[in-house]
Design a protein around this ligand. Structure first.
Ligand SMILES: NC(=O)c1ccc[n+]([C@@H]2O[C@H](COP(=O)([O-])OP(=O)(O)OC[C@H]3O[C@@H](n4cnc5c(N)ncnc54)[C@H](O)[C@@H]3O)[C@@H](O)[C@H]2O)c1
Ligand SMILES: [Fe+2]
Length: 400
């Protein structure tokens, strides 16, 4: 039965692979380097908008990260309205509050400033403005039929790559689910990578979000839907992360490390938006839905377990990544092992545990079911888990 199911999904993955060559993936017009976020404000003015909704979270307003952009917009004659109701793993309710605010203030465009949570919330607010249907009806592939309100993005974490991806993740607490809305239209028109906004990111969030970016690069590289373009971006991102994440973690004020991590996150986003992710995300989305484990932290913990399992079918690909970051080994298996060991060592250096503290034995079967469905129906992974292998793997992450 499992083999039959696998065959059907393999065929579906083949269709998805073909589609990666046909679909017109777009990237935002990009501003980088010192002052990039203010340059983006000028571009918004040039696009002719009078009133812009800034979608962000309250922490960033408190930290003073939003004010310089508001000042710049105001100097350019643009009214900015701040909606700071986004919380980590944004919910349908928070997004609907943003839609109401956009309409009440007669906004014409959206500027997302924040981590993946703010950018994803902004994406769906922009989609809802043009599509009068419940967010749950946008879940899945290509259901944002009627376009988007103009959308601009400034990431303040170096992790999700949401500023370039065709995805937005929305929490649906009622269904204990993190649902993905996937549509080419979700890519913002313009984005700014401004490392200076990230120098105050606390070390644990730096580590978790950086490991999310690494997971995107690695899962994209070992995906069966990878191609030359995604490979190049995934390798670049992996190299940048190995080189700069430890510095960004230990010396958060280091601007060069922050800028390079912002670039790494973007490149990993380009890779995975086309090639897809895999089991690490399938499991971590459900750990997020069940226990609100931060997305990057969950990925960091799950990644080495999945790589150990996947290795027999992708040792050569993991060996490529190992060579790219300067690791040694006399054959592909040794190199793959060295790569996985290095990820474990990075996690240990960042104080990331090897287990999910909140994971409960009684939930494993449901988490496995949802993760297995997500993986089989969405991701072209190198090696599929059987249901019992999946339960066994998740159980290894139970706290002692
Ligand atoms: N759309 C995509 O392609 C995609 C990809 C991966 C993950 N995601 C989703 O993105 C969300 C996670 O986003 P995230 O990991 O970027 O975290 P986040 O946006 O949830 O932010 C985490 C915390 O960091 C704080 N923060 C953000 N920037 C800061 C800064 N510069 N200084 C100080 N504090 C700052 C925020 O206030 C928040 O408390 C999850 O919902 C995840 O599922 C989306
Ligand atoms: Fe992710």
């Amino acid at each position: 039965m499992f083999q039959l199911k696998l065959l059907v999904f393999r065929f579906w993955m083949l269709c998805m692979k073909v589609s990666t060559f046909i679909l017109p993936f777009r990237q935002p017009e990009l501003f980088t380097g010192a002052g990039a976020s203010l340059e983006l404000c000028e571009a918004i003015a040039n696009d002719g908008h009078d009133t812009v909704l800034i979608v962000t979270d309250a922490m960033l307003v408190e930290l003073g990260l939003i004010q310089p952009m508001q000042d710049k917009l105001s100097a350019l004659g643009i009214t900015s309205v701040v909606f700071d109701g986004v919380k980590p793993d944004p919910t349908i309710e928070q997004i609907e509050a943003g839609v109401t605010r956009y309409k009440a203030e007669n906004c014409q465009a959206i500027l997302a400033v924040g981590g993946g949570s703010s950018i994803d919330a902004a994406k769906i607010i922009a989609a809802r403005i043009k599509n009068n249907k419940p967010i749950r009806k946008m879940e899945g592939l290509f259901r944002v039929f009627w376009g988007m309100a103009p959308l601009y993005a400034v990431p303040t974490t170096a992790g999700t790559g949401s500023e370039v991806t065709i995805a937005a993740v929305v929490s649906d607490p009622e269904r204990k689910k993190k649902m993905s809305v996937i549509d080419l239209k979700l890519v913002p028109q313009k984005a700014a990578l401004d490392g200076a906004l990230m120098t105050g990111l606390p070390a644990p969030i730096t580590a978790a979000t950086g490991m999310d970016a690494l997971t995107h690069a690695v899962e994209a590289y070992i995906s069966r839907n990878a191609n030359k373009k995604t490979d190049a971006h995934a390798i670049d991102a992996t190299k940048l992360i190995f080189e700069h994440l430890p510095t960004a973690f230990h010396d958060g004020k280091n601007l060069q490390a922050r800028e390079q991590m912002a670039l790494a996150s973007y490149k990993a986003g380009v890779a995975f938006t086309i090639a897809g992710v895999g089991y690490v995300h399938a499991i971590s989305h459900n750990l997020g839905a069940y226990y609100h484990v931060p997305h990057g932290l969950a990925n960091a913990i799950v990644l080495p377990y999945i790589l150990d399992f996947s290795k027999p079918n992708c040792a050569g690909r993991l060996a490529d990544l190992a060579r790219a970051v300067g690791l040694q080994g006399s054959n592909d298996t040794e190199l793959a092992d060295a790569f996985i060991a290095k990820i474990r060592a990075m996690n240990a250096d960042f104080g990331i545990p090897t287990v999910i503290e909140k994971l409960q034995k009684a939930d494993i079967s449901q988490i496995r079911k949802a993760a297995q469905w997500e993986a089989l129906s969405t991701y072209a992974v190198p090696r599929y888990l059987t249901d019992s292998q999946a339960e066994g793997l998740i159980a290894r992450m139970l706290p002692a």
